[in-house]
Design a protein around this ligand. Structure first.
Ligand code: MN
Length: 356
């Protein structure tokens, strides 16, 4: 498997490509043109420029995270067809630039949610944290305000400022939209874009819900093993696969991650590897990658990846903020570098054990 880090580009990330290049075994980054409004076509020239920048550092641009899906597609609103045509053009342009993996998600309104972006831990580090009691006491607008004001000035994909004024309207439009409706709208999207992904040799990789349960009464369809199984069955194609995020899925104890990795096998195109410490259902902190620091058994996760001969890309999903680093929440250099290094060690041990 190929190790990457997520990189937010030259103006929106505290971490440089030169720093990433020095992490052992990291051969590339996944990146996105988050300055392009959701729903617009990504111009080939802009993609190639990002690629040139990455390659000049000695790294490769190994995937895109993410090409986000416009809310109108998730709602199957009037502009859906035009937006799907735009999405097809994005796939084509990314393919022309040599990109073969695209991450996306189908979460209504909020791409991810936390109650705290910098919860202090006893060791002096801080982490993103989720407490359902704190979330349930808020309005969506309050949560929007709190999350965007703790971003330390970085953009937060999925929390674009233009969403705030339309939040109420979006919520009213999702009223009455069931999980079945959302599956149907996803099927409509996939049935049109997967043939293009096949033709252009691109692997589409849907990211699970984060957290993996419903919030604010919105439907969620990417939270469990049964959900992912149903999603994969919507369109039968090797180009329709998963971003398997152990951090998102791992916030539920009923998700057996190693079992799910073995089950979904070659439909996993992209791995996000992260640990979470579950305090009780609906309450968790992000944790260091070390198995004993959280609820995800990293040895078993990497062993399952070894068993399925995983050859796709992976990245440490998020890290803690350590050693006084100032960075985008979850995306500091230090703890993610430690995470990759730990995963390198697990992989080497499992690989050598199995090649005796
Ligand atoms: Mn993830």
């Amino acid at each position: 498997m190929k190790a990457t880090l997520r990189w937010f580009g030259p103006v929106d990330d505290s971490v440089s490509l030169a720093q990433i290049r020095q992490i052992p075994n990291v051969v590339g980054v996944v990146s996105a043109l988050q300055e392009i409004p959701v729903g617009d076509i990504w111009p080939l020239e802009a993609i190639e420029e990002r690629k040139r920048l990455v390659e000049a550092s000695g790294l490769k641009l190994l995937g895109i995270e993410s090409v986000n899906i416009h809310e109108e597609i998730k709602l199957k609103g009037a502009p859906t067809q035009k937006l799907i045509e735009n999405y097809k053009e994005c796939i084509k342009n990314l393919s022309k630039a040599g990109i073969d993996t695209i991450c996306y998600n189908f979460m209504p309104i909020f791409d991810w949610a936390r109650s705290d972006l910098a919860k202090d831990l006893p060791d002096g580090s801080n982490v993103l944290s989720y407490d359902k009691d704190l979330i349930e006491g808020k309005t969506p607008e309050q949560m929007f305000d709190e999350i965007t004001s703790s971003s330390k000035g970085y953009s937060l994909p999925g929390w674009e400022p233009e969403k705030l004024p339309v939040l109420k309207n979006l919520f009213s439009r999702y009223k009455g939209v069931t999980e079945d409706d959302l599956f149907e709208n996803l099927r409509n999207f996939l049935s049109q874009i997967i043939p293009i992904a096949e033709e252009y040799n691109v692997k589409m990789a849907i990211h699970p819900d984060d957290p993996p349960w419903g919030i604010f009464g919105l439907p969620r369809i990417t939270s469990t093993e049964a959900h992912l199984e149903k999603i994969l069955s919507l369109v039968d194609s090797p180009n329709h696969g998963l971003t398997f995020c152990t951090g998102s899925l791992g916030a539920r104890e009923d998700n057996d991650l190693p079992k799910m990795i073995r089950k979904f096998g070659d439909r996993i195109h992209f791995m996000h590897i992260r640990n979470v410490k579950i305090h009780e259902p609906g309450k968790f902190d992000e944790a260091s990658h070390l198995s004993s620091d959280g609820n995800v058994d990293m040895y078993q996760v990497v062993k399952a990846l070894h068993d399925i001969k995983f050859e796709g890309i992976f990245r440490p999903d998020h890290g803690r903020m350590v050693w006084g680093e100032v960075a985008r929440p979850g995306y500091g250099l230090y703890d993610r570098a430690m995470g990759v290094t730990y995963l390198n060690g697990l992989w080497e041990a499992i690989n050598k054990e199995n090649s005796k």
